[in-house]
Design a protein around this ligand. Structure first.
Ligand SMILES: [Zn+2]
Length: 113
């Protein structure tokens, strides 16, 4: 069990990271909270949510994990979450800093532009 101070210290470390490094940390953490029950699979993911002023509702994209093998162990270009696409398997919008990434829900490769 952690204290408030422990969690605050961890949060301060995470806030200091560039977004692609934060995503890489969460890639290692969030899948551990996946639950399979009664035939349903629920997993925690990171999402980017945008409110376009001239459109109703919110636009939501799951943040895809960069394909580290494709980037020789790196995380892809450090540009923020500017690449967009769709997971062909889940039929969900995804975003990433990288053009080659994996869907955070099903793990399928996604080609983003
Ligand atoms: Zn998917």
């Amino acid at each position: 069990m952690s204290t408030d101070e422990d969690r605050e210290r961890l949060a301060a470390q995470l806030v200091a990271l560039p977004v692609r490094e934060l995503v890489d940390v969460l890639r290692r953490v969030l899948p551990h909270f996946t639950e399979d029950r009664y035939g349903l699979r629920t997993t925690l993911t990171l999402a980017a949510v945008t409110d376009y002023e001239d459109e109703p509702g919110l636009d939501m994209e799951l943040v895809a994990w960069p394909d580290r093998d494709y980037y020789d162990g790196g995380l892809g270009i450090d540009q923020g979450l500017w690449e967009n696409g769709r997971c062909a398997r889940c039929d969900v919008e995804v975003t990433s800093n990288a053009k080659r990434a994996f869907c955070p829900y099903c793990g399928s490769g996604c080609a983003l532009t």
